[in-house]
Design a protein around this ligand. Structure first.
Ligand code: 5AD
Ligand code: SF4
Length: 430
């Protein structure tokens, strides 16, 4: 069989990046594909989609059209991921150039989906794909590892429970085996992935197996020098977990802590399960036990019913906590979600204004945080290079550039931070 070429485009979160790695592993190890970075040479073009906001979903169809124009004759197009789960057959009806649709929870069926024409696999109830642990990794030094799949929360704005299904924790021995395998292949850092990582163990008979226990076990693996995880849920941030985060030297000192909104009323409407005070007390505990930690967050502005005063409460929490990093979004109504049908939708112009206000305040906080790094000597895992310019991240999550003519990819090196820009830091190798 002659070799075929696969082009894959990945949108969305780290979970999608890992799903793409599973897809690549299946098609390169069990089928006859090799990766290409050129869609026009590919025999198979896959778009691994995200549906968390409306814009990327709209863009999907224009993208399919663009791929259809440039693709080789006979080349196939597949749509995978969250939008595949959500729109299913509709995708093929609207874009007949698409050969198959494969949902986010059906990754293990990729080989048969490619073989059949017009197959639609979007069952969210059962799939063992996240137990499959294909060998392929985009980055050998930094291994993404699923610890749970799906989500049982009912955040009123979020489509994910409908695209990734029920929350299932992966057995600890499988995760540890995966982490050891990655370490043997040279991984220095593991990133533990799940929608609510600190709810790990939900549904296990043995209640002693929780996220803190998993962190302790992963940190015993030789060769793994850094552990990251995304995302914890503020509701499940108990003292044991925050203490482990603070004192375990292998855990990178960045906590992603999605606030979503700073008003308790909006949080209640969002069904987040915590109040503003709860969030502030947890953030204070992180700062107290681990002063060197950074806290990053996700915020949605313009959730249905959010008043000007309630938005100002979000601004207050942002100032109080001083998040070093933030991802902020204007609320986007999603089908199948409770909030989409709420009567008091916020005007688009107001959402835009609030987003700008929030982002400009955040930029100042971030700039100040960057300035505070100057003069520090930090361990950096070198992730990429462009000529003699290397890039890597500190444990606390700051991106740093520095110059060297040595071969440093994948190494942990000491860098002194010498300059703070708005978006990145630069330094020199020690
Ligand atoms: N509109 C805007 N942002 C959203 N997010 C999730 N759903 C929506 C939505 N409907 C954001 C949340 C989440 C991040 C991944 O995306 O902040 O944490
Ligand atoms: Fe990831 Fe959510 Fe986007 Fe799915 S919808 S790819 S889970 S961010």
């Amino acid at each position: 069989m002659s070799q075929k070429l696969l082009y894959i485009e990945t949108l969305g979160c780290a979970m999608n990046v890992r799903d793409s790695e599973h897809i690549i592993a299946e098609l390169t190890e069990k089928d006859n594909y090799a990766l290409t970075t050129s869609p026009k040479d590919a025999d198979l073009i896959i778009i691994n989609t995200c549906s968390v906001r409306e814009k990327p979903v709209q863009k999907l169809f224009s993208e399919i059209g663009a791929f259809k124009k440039i693709k080789k004759e006979g080349a196939k197009i597949g749509v995978c991921g969250c939008t595949a789960s959500h729109l299913g057959e509709e995708i093929i009806k609207k874009a007949p150039a698409v050969n198959f649709v494969l949902g986010a929870r059906n990754v293990s069926k990729i080989k048969s989906a490619v073989a059949k024409d017009k197959s639609v696999e979007i069952d969210i109830n059962y799939d063992d794909s996240s137990y499959m642990f294909g060998e392929y990794r985009q980055n050998d030094y930094k291994a993404l590892i699923n610890i749970s799949i799906g989500c049982d929360k009912e955040c009123a704005y979020c489509i994910v429970p409908h695209t990734r299904g029920e929350e299932v924790s992966i057995p600890m021995e499988l995760i540890l085996r995966e982490a050891k395998k990655a370490a043997d292949k040279g991984a220095k850092e593991v990133v533990l992935l799940g929608q609510n990582v600190n709810n790990y163990g939900k549904g296990f008979k043995d209640k002693s197996i929780n996220f803190t226990a998993l962190l302790r076990e992963v940190s015993k693996i030789d060769g793994i020098e850094r552990i990251r995880f995304t995302s914890p849920h503020p509701l499940h941030a108990d003292d044991e977990f925050i203490e482990e985060f603070a004192k375990n030297p292998k855990i990178c000192k960045n906590m992603h802590f999605p606030l979503q909104a700073g008003s308790s009323k909006v949080l209640k409407d969002m069904r987040r399960g915590y109040t503003k005070e709860w969030f502030l007390s947890k953030a204070a505990k992180i700062r107290e036990l681990c002063p060197e930690a950074t806290i990053s967050t996700d915020i949605i502005v313009g959730f249905p019913g959010e008043s000007d005063e309630e938005f100002l409460e979000t601004m207050e929490v942002v100032e109080k906590v001083g998040f070093e990093f933030m991802f902020s979004f204007a609320y986007s109504p999603r089908p199948l979600t409770k909030a989409a049908n709420m009567p008091n939708q916020v005007d688009e112009e107001i959402k835009k204004m609030r987003l700008l206000t929030l982002q400009s305040a955040q930029l100042k906080i971030q700039e100040a945080a960057h300035k505070r790094q100057v003069g520090k000597v930090e361990k950096i895992l070198v992730e990429s290079r462009d000529g003699d310019i290397y890039f890597g991240k500190t444990g606390s999550g700051f991106g740093v550039k520095f110059e060297s003519d040595k071969e440093l990819l994948g190494q942990l090196v000491d860098v002194e931070i010498t300059k703070a820009g708005r978006h990145a830091l630069s330094g020199h190798l020690i």
